[in-house]
Design a protein around this ligand. Structure first.
Ligand code: HEC
Length: 136
């Protein structure tokens, strides 16, 4: 079988859609964005829980489960309900953690302990890509 440019383009679109239509960010730029997170989150070999939980291996981790960190009951509940952090979910989370939990849990009283919001979509995608480099 031979494919023209048109069918190749269709294949590309289909492959993109199959991946959940998620465009990954730039990890190198994300490392710089992470400076904003570092006030509360530690990463690397000697990382300890601080204001927020350690973010090593956060991509692929069930939400609210880093050992020794005292999460809000709402984020713990989201994890118990099956939330596993992917880059895509972290991007949504960072826009507004409390709003994210309210929508996710269907509970208008839910509130995250993380009050920080990252406004720019590109920053959110890049920092999520950076976190993926710290995850197996
Ligand atoms: C002012 C402190 C603060 C800043 C700044 C902050 N966070 Fe958080 N973060 C928290 C706290 C507190 C929690 C725990 C939330 C809860 O229990 O509801 C949290 C939780 C998280 C979680 C969920 C982790 C898990 O184990 O389930 C992720 C992912 C996360 N933060 C990413 C980020 C990223 C990326 C940034 C930077 C763009 C950032 N945070 C900036 C305080 C902060």
């Amino acid at each position: 079988m031979r494919f023209g440019m048109k069918s190749l383009a269709i294949f590309a679109v289909a492959a993109f859609a199959a991946n959940g239509a998620y465009a990954a960010g730039d990890a190198a730029l994300g490392q710089k964005v992470f400076k904003k997170c570092a006030a509360c989150h530690k990463v690397g070999d000697k990382a300890r829980n601080a204001v927020g939980p350690v973010l090593n291996d956060v991509i692929g981790r069930t939400a609210g489960t880093y050992e020794g960190y005292k999460y809000s009951k709402y984020l713990k509940k989201a994890g118990e309900d099956g939330l596993v952090w992917s880059e895509e979910e972290v991007v949504k989370w960072l826009e507004n953690p409390t709003k994210y939990l309210r929508a996710r849990l269907g509970d208008s009283k839910a509130r995250s302990k993380m009050s920080y919001k990252l406004k720019k979509q590109a920053d959110r995608e890049n920092v999520a890509a950076y976190l993926a480099t710290l995850s197996k």
